[in-house]
Design a protein around this ligand. Structure first.
Ligand SMILES: NC(=O)c1ccc[n+]([C@@H]2O[C@H](COP(=O)([O-])OP(=O)(O)OC[C@H]3O[C@@H](n4cnc5c(N)ncnc54)[C@H](OP(=O)(O)O)[C@@H]3O)[C@@H](O)[C@H]2O)c1
Length: 329
């Protein structure tokens, strides 16, 4: 039986999510990988418990995380039932809908029909009465934005989610839906976007700056570029790495000469700073206070420990930032 460490809140930093009352840990754990049907349940439990023991209160899921789709929510439900669920009021659990989940015209995108049914299914799989944040996973070009926004608003009013989030919405799309949420008084608090030293779209489309100035939280996914911004691939492709064990979204081609050259140069700076490349990559994301939380993945508990270690050294000198920019810019 798991009993959480009493020290769990001693080292983590908690940031206010936009202008809301909700605080999120600087490091959150995502269950996109390593929580599928073929993954080890003992490892899943160890990942969640290690995270919580380090003050990671936020666990991020989606209806389709697996494989098979739905498996991550089912497995997380088992972890909760096994022990972690005793701490439900100390946890912020999110899920999403927006990608294909079941056959036919009602299992994808952003209609009210899909979003309401999908959340009901997610709650059943996890054995929960509500999630803390329910996200629309990606913009739907064909459903009126008003319908998607109203569906999310209604979900909060039904008590099945406490807050609303959006994911993969660019700045322009965020401005448009935020206006609708404001009119309805919806507790819209966060946008989940991809951001790392290697993928800087939220700087380019202005979302990073806009969100910070307009009370919207930002949580960044793939902050380690799925492992490319760690020491994982510096000496070849390990057999137990994501590229080899689950190459659906991280292909061998991604581990190329140019990427490795950058990772090695960044690793040298990280070493000078006395931290790992992963720690420096995460600290860099949080360098100017615009980002609420970095949403990491992990295949083993030691990676979570390493990543939370970034909290020990988060500041950069101007010189360091310049050198990093020269490598990644
Ligand atoms: N909203 C969206 O559309 C969307 C899309 C994608 C992801 N997400 C969310 O973002 C979360 C994180 O995505 P991600 O897993 O791609 O994030 P990531 O943190 O960039 O990559 C995680 C992978 O990096 C490696 N790693 C992590 N820490 C390490 C360390 N300290 N040292 C060495 N290697 C380390 C591990 O790879 P190995 O497996 O090789 O060990 C791990 O599985 C997902 O779980 C999900 O919740 C959201």
């Amino acid at each position: 039986m798991y009993v959480a460490k009493e020290t769990r809140y001693e080292t983590m930093r908690y940031n206010r999510c936009g202008a809301s009352g909700l605080l999120l840990p600087a490091v959150s754990l995502g269950l996109w990988h390593n929580f599928g049907s073929n993954a080890s349940f003992d490892n899943m439990a160890a990942l969640c418990q290690t995270a919580f023991d380090l003050g990671i209160t936020h666990f991020d899921l989606a209806n389709n995380y697996g494989p098979v789709p739905g498996a991550a929510e089912e497995n997380f439900g088992r972890v909760l039932k096994g022990s972690l669920g005793a701490y439900r009021d100390e946890l912020v659990i999110s899920t999403k809908a927006g990608y294909v989940m079941w056959p036919g015209p009602y299992g994808n995108w952003g209609s009210k029909k899909y979003l309401v049914a999908s959340l009901d299914q997610s709650l059943k799989r996890m054995g929960l009465e509500y999630v803390d944040i329910f996200y629309h996973h990606r913009p739907d070009p064909d459903t009126p934005l008003e319908e998607t926004a109203a569906a999310l608003d209604g979900i909060v009013r039904s008590g099945k989610a406490l807050y609303v989030g959006i994911s993969n919405y660019n700045k322009e799309q965020t401005v448009a839906i935020a206006k609708l949420f404001k009119e309805m008084g919806t507790p819209f608090i966060i946008n989940q976007r991809k951001y790392s030293m290697f993928v800087r779209d939220i700087e380019k489309d202005g979302l990073k700056d806009y969100a910070g100035k307009n009370g919207i939280g930002v949580i960044t996914f793939c902050p380690l570029a799925q492992g490319l911004l760690t020491d994982r691939y510096l000496d070849g492709i390990p057999a137990d790495s994501r590229v080899r064990t689950d190459g659906r979204f991280l292909k061998e081609e991604a581990v190329n000469g140019e990427t490795l050259e950058k990772a090695r140069a960044l690793n040298a700076i990280a070493k000078e700073r006395g931290q790992t490349l992963a720690q420096m990559a995460l600290a860099w994301i949080m360098r100017d206070g615009d980002i609420t939380s970095v949403l990491i993945g992990a295949s083993r508990a030691s990676q979570i420990v390493d990543n939370v270690g970034m909290l020990e050294h988060m500041s950069f000198t101007k010189e360091e930032l310049k050198r990093i920019e020269k490598i990644i810019g």
